[in-house]
Design a protein around this ligand. Structure first.
Ligand code: UDP
Length: 476
C-alpha cells in the first residue's frame, strides 16, 4: 500500500508484529498480520535489518529493528546466547523508537504482537502503555511442557521411571516423543533458556495466541482438552488464505522468502509426473543433517524407485554423496529452495518426507498430504508423534543409532507405507478430514475466525476499556 493511501485510510487499530527472524517464525506471524489487515487493522511487521528485504506483501508495512547484527543476523554472532542478548538490547531500543515514531501519526500503535521467543517486546509494549499479545509458534503440548519446567512441575533430566509422562490434558509422551531440549538439556543451553524465558513475564500479556485450531487440539480422551496450563487462544492455522477460506484476495504465498525459490523448475518437472507419484522431501530452514544421514536419505530415495523432489539448502549440498544427483536424475530433482505450499498443493505430490517443523506439519495437514516424519531437532519429535499416533496422517521413521540416523531401508519402508501400503488409504482419508476441519476453523464462523474477531474487537481503540476490566484473561 502506498504511504499516502495508508495515511488517509481510517484504521480500526494498529498492530506491530515481531517475529523471531527465521523462516519458520516470520511465516506464521506475517500471515497473522495479513489476517488482521483483512479485518481492518493496520499491521506493521517489525523485523531485523537482515531480513527486512525478504518480506514483500502488499497489505503489510515492514519496518526494520536491530538485533545488533544488521549485516548478517544470527550467522554473524559468535554464539546463540550472545545473539539473543544483543537482540534483546538492540531490539528493545529500536522497537521503542518505532512505537514512538507512530505516536504522532494518525495511527498510533495499539498492540504489539510478539513472537513468544522475544519476551522483551512485551516489556517495551507495557512501557508505552499499549497491549501485548504473545504469539506461540509451537504447539500447546510443547508449550505446556516448557511451562511445567518453568514452574518446577517437571524436572530435568527426565527419569526413565517417570515415562511415559502422563500429564492431565496431554497425550501420554514416551521418550522419543519429547522435545530435544528435554531429552538432552545440555545440548543447546541458550535455546533451552530462551524457551523457559517465554514465561517469565507472560502474566502481563493481554493475550496468548497459538498457531493451531480447536479441533486439532481437543482430541483428548475423556474430553480433557488442552492442558489447563495452556489457556491460549487458538487462531490458526496461519496458512495463506488461498489454501483455506480464499477470503483474502491474492493471498497464495506467505510473502517472505529468505532464499530464492526455484519455482518454475519444480513446477515444470512436476507437470510431467503422474498424479500422487512424487515424494516431496524437505528438512525445513534450520536443520543441519549429519553426512551419514544425508547419505542414507539420498540412497534410500534412489533405491525406493519413487519420484522425489528434494530441497537441499546450499549449506547442506556439500553433504550429498558424490555422483548422487547424476545417478538419480531419472527419478529425482534436487533444488535449493522452493515455495513449499505450491508444491504440496500440486497433484503430482503423493507424500511429504518432513522434519516435522510445526509450519510444515500444519501445511501438510491443511493441504491433505500424508507424511513420513523424520524429526531432527527441538519440538519436531513431539509433532512426529501426533502425525502418526494422534492425527493418523503419516508414519514416523525409526532411528537406527544414538545419533538419530534413519537408515535407507527404513526410509523406503516408510515411503511404501504412506504411498501405497495397507494404511495409505486411511492416512489419506484422515488427511482429507483434517484439511476440511482446518478450512472450517479459519472460515467465517469457525473457531479460529471467531477468536480472531474477538481479538480484533479488543485491539480496536474502543475495545480498550473492555480489556482493562477483564483481568486474568490469559490464565497465567
Ligand atoms: N519452506 C519453504 N521452502 C522450502 C522449505 C521450507 O517455503 O524449500 C517453508 C515452509 O513452507 C515452512 C517454513 O519454510 O513455512 C519452515 O518452517 P518449519 O516450522 O516447518 O521448519 P523450520 O524451518 O522452522 O525448522
Amino acid at each position: 500500500m502506498k504511504k499516502e493511501q495508508e495515511e488517509k485510510q481510517v484504521w480500526r487499530g494498529h498492530v506491530v508484529v515481531i517475529p523471531y527472524p527465521s523462516q519458520g517464525h516470520i511465516n506464521p506471524l506475517l500471515q497473522f498480520a495479513k489476517r488482521l489487515a483483512s479485518k481492518g487493522l493496520k499491521a506493521t511487521m517489525a523485523t531485523t535489518h537482515y531480513t527486512v528485504n525478504s518480506i514483500n506483501t502488499p497489505t503489510i508495512r515492514v519496518e526494520a529493528i536491530s538485533d545488533g547484527y544488521d549485516e548478517g543476523g544470527v550467522a554473524f554472532a559468535p554464539d546463540t546466547d550472545t545473539y539473543l542478548k544483543a537482540f534483546k538490547t538492540f531490539g528493545s531500543k529500536t522497537l521503542s523508537q518505532l512505537i514512538q515514531k507512530f505516536e504522532t501519526t494518525a495511527s498510533p500503535v495499539t498492540c504489539v504482537i510478539y513472537d513468544a521467543f522475544l519476551p522483551w517486546a512485551l516489556d517495551v509494549a507495557k512501557q508505552h502503555g499499549v497491549y501485548g499479545a504473545s504469539f506461540f509458534t509451537n504447539t500447546p503440548t510443547v508449550t505446556s511442557l516448557f511451562y511445567r519446567l518453568h514452574k518446577g512441575l517437571l524436572t530435568l533430566p527426565i527419569k526413565m521411571e517417570d515415562l511415559p509422562l502422563s500429564i492431565p490434558g496431554l497425550h501420554k509422551l514416551n521418550y522419543p516423543d519429547l522435545p530435544a531440549f528435554l531429552k538432552d538439556p545440555d545440548s543447546h543451553p541458550a535455546y533451552l533458556a530462551m524457551l523457559l524465558g517465554q514465561f517469565h513475564n507472560l502474566y502481563q500479556a493481554d493475550w496468548i495466541l497459538g498457531n493451531t485450531f480447536d479441533d486439532l487440539e481437543l482430541q483428548f480422551p475423556a474430553g480433557e482438552g488442552v492442558s489447563d496450563l495452556w489457556r491460549g487462544t487458538l487462531i490458526g492455522p496461519m496458512i495463506p488464505s488461498a489454501y483455506l477460506d480464499g477470503k483474502i484476495e491474492g493471498d497464495r504465498g506467505y510473502g517472505a522468502s529468505l532464499w530464492k525459490p526455484l519455482d518454475d523448475k519444480c513446477k515444470k518437472w512436476l507437470e510431467l509426473k503422474p498424479a500422487g507419484s512424487v515424494a516431496y522431501v524437505s528438512f525445513g530452514s534450520m536443520a543441519a543433517l549429519t553426512p551419514k544421514q544425508m547419505e542414507e536419505i539420498a540412497w534410500g530415495l534412489k533405491e525406493s524407485g519413487i519420484h522425489f523432489l528434494w530441497v537441499v539448502k546450499e549449506s547442506e549440498r556439500g553433504k550429498l554423496p558424490q555422483g548422487f544427483i547424476e545417478a538419480s536424475k531419472e527419478k529425482g530433482l534436487v533444488v535449493t529452495w522452493c515455495q513449499q505450499l505450491e508444491l504440496l498443493e500440486h497433484k503430482a505430490i503423493g507424500c511429504f518426507v518432513t522434519h516435522c517443523g510445526w509450519n510444515s506439519t500444519l501445511e501438510a495437514l491443511c493441504l491433505g498430504v500424508p507424511m513420513v516424519g523424520v524429526p531432527k531437532f527441538s519440538d519436531q519429535y513431539t509433532n512426529a508423534k501426533f502425525i502418526e499416533e494422534v492425527w493418523g496422517v503419516g508414519v514416523r521413521a525409526k532411528e537406527e543409532d544414538d545419533k538419530g540416523t534413519v537408515g535407507r531401508e527404513e526410509l523406503q519402508f516408510c515411503l511404501r507405507e504412506v504411498m501405497d501400503g495397507k494404511r495409505s488409504q486411511e492416512m489419506r482419508r484422515n488427511a482429507a478430514k483434517w484439511r476440511e476441519l482446518a478450512k472450517k476453523a479459519i472460515s467465517e464462523g469457525g473457531s479460529s475466525d471467531n477468536n480472531i474477531n474477538e481479538f480484533v474487537s479488543h485491539v480496536c481503540s474502543d475495545g480498550k476499556k473492555k480489556v482493562k476490566e477483564e483481568k486474568h484473561m490469559n490464565g497465567f
